[in-house]
Ligand binder design. Structure first.
Ligand SMILES: Cc1cc2nc3c(=O)[nH]c(=O)nc-3n(C[C@H](O)[C@H](O)[C@H](O)COP(=O)(O)OP(=O)(O)OC[C@H]3O[C@@H](n4cnc5c(N)ncnc54)[C@H](O)[C@@H]3O)c2cc1C
Length: 200
């Protein structure tokens, strides 16, 4: 595959993007997928998975409270927050690696950077200034506009490719646009990551 030559270019390595990339690549299409943060997207990194792990963890207390009624004698239990968080982060990293592996195994190429349409036929990858205008959620909740700077450096040598990518380079604090149902989040902090790839 030429560096910027693809039948399908997917923006976003979340549930939808990963599925689209894998299925298309499985049918023989040349697929590239850009992800500016972490493969897996909202569900794996911020949403479904961490939420479920935290909710399951909170249920244990109730199970322990009820246990005596079911005949269990359990010595007084202790809880360690850092252990829960470390294990939750480890599970997310495992899933992120699995998503990455499966996309690459299907034959799609992952570009760890932000992708922006310059016009109908031009995509800008990586370096640039990103302006996001103010957003109104449901006509009621306003998130102000913000400007962020991203950077990308990539070196290709024979079958090797090394890239370093930074999003929100100056670590600007901002609010991401609220979702239509009103869920609001702090925008992503500075994120710097490197990728070393060898093509067989
Ligand atoms: C707190 C929470 C809990 C949830 N729990 C559940 C649940 O239990 N079950 C369930 O089914 N659903 C749940 N969801 C919904 C689920 O997360 C979404 O439906 C799903 O993630 C949508 O997938 P997607 O691929 O459309 O988008 P996303 O998963 O959001 O992926 C979009 C990806 O695109 C990347 N991206 C965006 N713009 C660019 C760009 N210009 N260049 C490069 N990359 C870019 C982002 O970094 C992101 O990784 C939950 C959501 C939240 C917020």
């Amino acid at each position: 595959m030429d560096s910027f030559d693809a039948d399908l270019f997917v923006i976003g390595g979340g549930s939808g993007g990963v599925r689209a990339a894998r299925i298309a690549a499985g049918h023989g299409a040349r697929v590239m997928i850009a992800e500016e943060y972490r493969m897996g997207g909202t569900c794996v990194i911020r949403g479904c998975v961490p939420k479920k792990l935290m909710v399951y963890a909170s249920h244990v207390r109730h199970e322990l409270d009820d246990a005596a009624g079911f005949g269990w004698s359990i010595p007084s239990a202790t809880f360690d927050w850092p252990t829960l968080i470390a294990n939750k982060d480890r599970e997310i990293a495992r899933l992120e690696a699995a998503y990455t592996f499966n996309v690459e195994k299907a034959g799609a190429r992952i570009v760890k950077t932000r992708a922006v349409f310059e016009d109908a036929h031009t995509l800008r990858l990586g370096t640039g200034v990103r302006y996001v205008g103010e957003n109104w959620s449901g006509g009621a909740v306003r998130t102000p506009s913000y400007t962020l700077v991203d950077a990308l450096a990539e070196v290709n040598w024979r079958q090797w490719r090394m890239s370093i990518n930074a999003t929100n380079l100056f670590n600007k604090k901002h609010y991401a646009a609220c979702l239509s149902r009103g869920d609001c989040f702090i925008g992503a902090d500075r994120n710097v990551f490197g990728t070393l790839t060898y093509a067989f």
